[in-house]
Design a protein around this ligand. Sequence first.
Ligand code: F0G
Length: 402
Amino acid sequence: MTRLGNDEVVALDAAHVMGTYARLPVVFVRGDGTMLYDIEGREYLDFLSGIAVVSLGHAHPEIAAAIAEQAATLLHVSNLYYNEVQPQVAARLDHVLGGDGRVFFSNSGAEANEAAIKLARRYGQLNGGPERHHVLSAYGSFHGRTLTTLAATGQPQKHEAFQPLPAGFRHVAFADVDALEAALDERVCAVLLEPVQGEGGVTPAPPGYLEAVRRLCDEHEALLVVDEVQTGLGRTGRWFGFQHADGVRPDVVTMAKALGNGVPIGACWARTEVAAAFRPGDHATTFGGQPLAARAALTTLQIMERDDVPALARRAGERLTKGLLSLPGVTEVRGLGLLLAAQLADGSDAAVVARRCLDAGLVVNAVTPQALRLAPPLLVSDDEIDRAVAVLEQVLEEVTAA
Ligand code: F0G
């Protein structure tokens, strides 16, 4: 590979890569735990983890070794045959989800949700007839960028340029039990929800909401599909975000991001009875669950179980929350575990603050015009948390003084 300078990378990208991203002008070349290093040798504290992906930190030695060994052994065979890694990942996922389920592997969060939506339609059709194919989701939600997951995403402004979208998707206000009840009719095959709306601004479901949704889904024979793409696998301080709700068991759970600690892999888990609606030929993917990605996922899950990583996230989340709340420029901290948003005082511009943080060596994301999203690796140390809070404090002082 040719080694380039910062400006050469930016120019080459502008000339050849589609302009779908408004990137910040930094080129990362190396990572180590919570640290990132750019092409000019500057170091950064990564409090975004590639959007809640690298939960065990960058270049984790055990994951790197497992990937290298798998790459030198077998990368891919297609799903026409068995590979020995995929069912081991499925078994571990099923275990942390309470058992009695089956898993379909994808390559991304959107594809995991596509699988869930197809499965819910198939199950609805078998149990309620062809009319039962509607999916209810929440305003402010984010479920992906494919046409179908975009239709499920409750942000109408993102829909406009791509009409017509697939039919059968309706949206209700998040956290509003009455609105959901009013929309639930015999046409609904599934209710699709994030336990914490991530991209929408890090908004947790209020206490009792998921319990009420579960009850309504049971009454109306609709599946409860929980999108754990961002919240899943320890990020919120439990294995899955829905586990913060009392006794709620979803019918379908989707995940991706953290599953491969940076290697693309997603999964759609469903209760066995629901999963049985898919027959051979109903759904498929070339790459999903291939040996390399599955090996990364298997090693990630092994480490998360061995080191009780969800508990580490819970404790670190408390420290980060306290630190953020101590800053005069922060008016509220939302979220669970290490998926947090710091709401900034009136008049502040989160994009400006995030950019200044980057310049000062801290990676965070402006998730709304006035809130920063913080999602560091779950193995982040106390010292790294304190350093990140100190950088943010400095930046907030500078922008308020300016
Ligand atoms: N579901 C949720 C809850 C997500 O947060 C995302 C992506 C997806 C699905 C789609 O996953 O990108 O792997 O296809 N969220 C990113 C974000 C884009 O900024 O929160 P994908």
